[in-house]
Each structure stands twice: as structure tokens, then as C-alpha cells.
Design a protein around this ligand. Sequence first.
Ligand code: CDP
Ligand code: MG
Length: 682
Amino acid sequence: EETPMELGGEQGRWEEERLKTASLSFGAKREREQGMRREQERYQLILEEEEMIEFVSTAMTMKGTRTEEEQEALALSQAELKKQSMQEVRRSLPIFPYREDLLAAINQHQILVIEGETGSGKTTQIPQYLLEDGYTKGGMKIGCTQPRRVAAMSVASRVAQEMSVKLGNEVGYSIRFEDCTSERTVLKYMTDGMLLREFLTEPDLASYSVVIIDEAHERTLHTDILFGLIKDIARFRSDLKVLVASATLDTERFSCFFDDAPVFRIPGRRFPVDIFYTKAPEADYLEACVVSVLQIHVTQPTGDVLVFLTGQEEIETCCELLQERCRRLGSKIAELLVLPIYANLPSDMQAKIFNPTPPGARKVVVATNIAETSLTIDGIIYVIDPGFCKQKSYNARTGMESLIVTPCSRASANQRAGRAGRVAAGKCFRLYTAWAFKHEMEETTVPEIQRTNLGNVVLLLKSLGINDLIHFDFMDPPPHETLVLALEQLYALGALNHLGELTKLGRRMAELPVDPMLSKMVLASEQYKCSEEVLTIAAMLSVNNSIFYRPKDKVVHADNARMNFVVPGGDHLVLLNVYTQGVTAGYFYHTARLNKGGYKTVKHQQTVYVHPNSSLFEEQPRWLIYHELVFTTKEFMRQVIEIDSGWLLEVAPHYYKSKELEDSSSKKMPRKQGKAKEELGQ
Ligand code: CDP
Ligand code: MG
């Protein structure tokens, strides 16, 4: 039933084919294009100053399963839905007709793969069906994992509403550093990372009757590790039900990994989505987004817009630009509600995107790929897809982690387009050419396990008693050298002994849900009697983004405010105005020395730079420890602190040789230092 978006080879040929197809089978298409042109002219009159984006339609829909009358009827019924009670809404979801079949299949099979279009009701309904069917008898729990914190929170809150219970009672969620569950909780939504940590306290997940690995297609690092662990415990816990839920992607692979587990398919209810491409590549996709939103706003019938951008900063810029231009246009255009959504957005702001759009207005939600499959926003008819996402990659040879904006995969692009067809026939405007879609995008996204640092996960697996990591049952194994580097790093930190076995320290480190270096730092602070300060630093470093808020319109102001916090010594101190060499005990692995204007990492001899935001940017001390190494425009060290190279020998004599640290005495430490220095007699 899927219409493949088969396009010709090169751009030229494709154009030709498009015309041919148009004259052969899409009589209505030319009319539609003329209509589009008229709309564009109207638009140009209103927005003279903007440069128009010329879109061409492939006249191919992602799925064309409805007649026009059916579409209208369904669109109407969708409007009706808003007025219905929660219970009626539950019964209207695509999954509902399959309730009995699904429960029968779960009863019959221990492991079941469940495939269904986003928004069909997998996440919110399946746990409730299981509860209604008695799976929580005797206080047993149903666990459901989500790759994203926001999704775990918002879905749990929705389900609590549907069941008319208080969030945290029967229905709760658990994410890192926030546990909203209680003794009474039987439906537990959590991030995949949290379930992974539960293996530490309950290695057979004995309190769970069902575990749902949701959003499996996302293939996050933690989800991938869960696959291996759960497959293993399912062998001896025959009463445990395992459900692997995924959008319509890759399900055969999951089935194959779980020894040919059956796949339960929930037939989609998706309206056709017309795909439009730009005629030529767009140089500035942010600007193109803004123009396209306005273009839709003034030319297209009612319906909300969803824009996919790569991160908070882009989203904020886009929202500001949109608001600014709407202000300029004033009453010439209808009201446009601009709403951002990204992981770090405060939760009251997040909830706003679910509010219904007032009549006459149009809502535009500017989102990260959180809205690709994890969150469903009703009422979206138009999707704008610049075709990019922010992706992590990891180079094990240099220890460099990069977070760069890269083209998203075709699978992602198709998921995004699908978001336009949930409530009625929709349109997806891709800000790239049809040629780029076919030739420049990868088919699917590389699983995270193959492009990230594994230190954390390796420590966890080791503490679960899994010693042979090379032969762990990975769905897609990580690169060999990444595994080796992780092991080497854990050895350096003293978490593993020279046989690769977990040490006492390693066991304690694994208990803290933070990166190994950070947990070593926290544990070592005990010895240096500075736990309080170090804990604060650790907490500050665990905040995803910089704690220094730097709004676009107040950059100078924000930078001045930051300067007021600066104390000599480094960023960690600035974070807190504290100083201690316990920082060194955990992060000695991340050392860099001054070298010809830049820095070189001690272990990998990689050239790196101090980030211009750092308080040490101008000072350029001889020896530094950095919190992380990130490639953005350059190889930057983020959060750096000055150290005395002698300390390295003290905290990691097994790791550093004094020869490596020669020439360290040529620069005097500027301030009076603590115990270690005196002991070392420097
Ligand atoms: O998991 P799946 O994508 O299959 O669907 P779901 O998350 O269970 O969502 C089912 C329906 O619940 C959506 O179509 C929304 O209408 C509704 N929902 C909502 O209104 N608010 C939420 N926070 C989550 C879901
Ligand atoms: Mg879901």
C-alpha cells in the first residue's frame, strides 16, 4: 500500500519524468500547481521583501488510502474528537480495534514485536490494556521505556489523566535525578537509561511482569544494551513478557534479533501527504524555514505547522525571527502562535504545544526530532523539514566527541513527513531537492552504539557481571576500538584491574548514574575532604547545557554577568567559586599541555583549543584538564581548569610516567595550593 517515492536519477532527468508523469496520469496535478502559483503570487504581494521559496510537488503521496469524502468525514470526526471524553478518545485510536488480538498474542508469546504508526496508541494504550487484563496482579509492575525524558514525563502524565489518577500514584515516571513513582506505582514509564540502572539492584527485573521497550527504532545506546540484557533474562524468567514497540521501521531486524519473535502490526490510519521539494538547494535553511512558515500561513487553508530543527539555539532563533516578522506584518496576516519544543524546555512551556489552536489562528510548533516519533501533536497538517539533525559521533583514536549538524536519514525524513497526515491529508515541504533526498541522504541512521563513548555502559555491564564484552549479544556491535578505549579508560581510573575485572572502586563508581570520570571525581573528593564542593561542581557539570543563559538579544549583558563570576583558576571554579584538586583525581585522563598557541592532549597528542567562552581563554596556562572535548567549529575543550602536572603523578601513578610530564616546573603555579603539592615537595 506504500507508494514508493521513486524519483529519477539526476535532477534533470527527474524534472523530465515529473513532467511526463504529470501529463500522463496527474491531470489534476497541473491544476494544483497553477493553484500553488496563484497562491504564491498572492503571498508575494503580502510579503514583498521576502525571497520566495519555489517548491515543486512530486505529486506522490506517502500513502493514499482514502477518498476525498472519507478524508473530510475523518477530519470532521477528528474535530468532534476534541469534544469527546477521554474514554471515547481512547476507543477512537487505531490500536483499539486490535485490543483483544493484541492481548491474545501477548498471552501466547513471551516476546512480541509491535509495529504501528506514530500516534496509533502504542505507548499510552498498551500498558493500560495490560493492566486491565490483570498483568499487575500481586503488585507486579509494567515498565515502559522511552529514549527521551520529555516523552517519559508527558506520556505518564497523559496516561494518569486517562485513568483519572494522580501522577506518581498508580502511574508514574522515573528519569535520571527525578523519581515520580511510589509504592503504589504499577505502570512505570522511564527512560531506557533508568531501566538499565535497575538491573544493578534487581538483575532479573523480578518486580516486573511486562517490560515494553518502546521507540525501539530510535536505537539509542541504552535501548540497544537493554535488548541484549532482556533477551538474556527472558531465557530464565519465562513469566516475563517482553514487548518491543517501534514505529514502522526496521521491525524485521528486531524480530530476527529476538529469535524470530512474531511481529504484531497495527494497521495505520494515515492520510495522504503531498511532498514538495525545493527546486534548488537552500543556502540558509533557518531563513528558508521562516519564509516557508509565512508562505504556508498566508496561502494555505487552516491547519497547524510543525518545523523540524536541530537544537535549542536554532529553535529559539527561528521563533524570534517568526515573531519579529509577524509583528512587522501586523494585521495583514492572521494570528500565528509560535511554540518551541526541545528537551531542556521547562515542562510548563512544553505542555503548551498540546493546547488546541484558537479558531482563526494557526499554531506553528518548532521542534527538535523529539516530535519525529516520541510526541504526537494533534492538528498538524503541514510539516517543514530542512532535512538536518544534530548527531553525535565519536572518534576512539582521539577521544573526540563531536556533535555536528548533519543531513538526516531518509527514514527520518519520511517519519517527519508522516506527521502531516495524522488528522487529515497534509503537505510536507522539504527544504532540499528531490535529488538530495535520493543521493545525499543515508537510508537509515547509524545506531548510537556505533558512534558514542562507551565508558559508562561498559562500567555498568562489568558491574552486572558481564565480563566478556566482545561476545555480548549486541544487535549491532560497537567498533572494537571504542570498546578497547572504554576499557583502557576504566583501567586508568582504577575501576578495572589489569585483568579487566571490576575493582571495589569500580563497583562504587557504577552506582552513581554519571560518567565514570565524574563519579571517580566525586568518590575521590572524600579523600581530599572537599566532597561538598566537588558534588556541587559535579552537579553543575551534569547540566546538559551551559548554566550561563545567553539570550540572543542580550549577549553583552549576559557576558558581563558571567564575568562577574569569574575567579582565577578555571571554569570549574567559575561555576562555583571553589577550588580543589579533587577535580584532578577523576579527570586526569583529560589532560592537555600548552603547545605552540594551542594545546595537545597528553595521551593522544591531539591538537585542541580552549573554548572562547572559557575564563582561561586568554590566560593559556601550561597544563589543563578539560571536562569534555567537543568538535563544533574547531576541536574545543569545554570547562577547563588549570592544574599542576605533579598532581597527575600523585593521582594516577599507574597511568602517567614522569617523562611524559617533563617541563612542567617551568611555570610557577600562581596561587597557593593544597596538600598534594606540599607532599610532592614542589
Ligand atoms: O505510541 P504511539 O505513537 O503509537 O501513540 P501514543 O503516544 O500512545 O498516542 C496516542 C494518542 O494519544 C495520540 O494520538 C494523541 O492524540 C494522544 N496523546 C495526547 O493527547 N497527549 C500526550 N501527551 C500523548 C498522547
Ligand atoms: Mg509512542
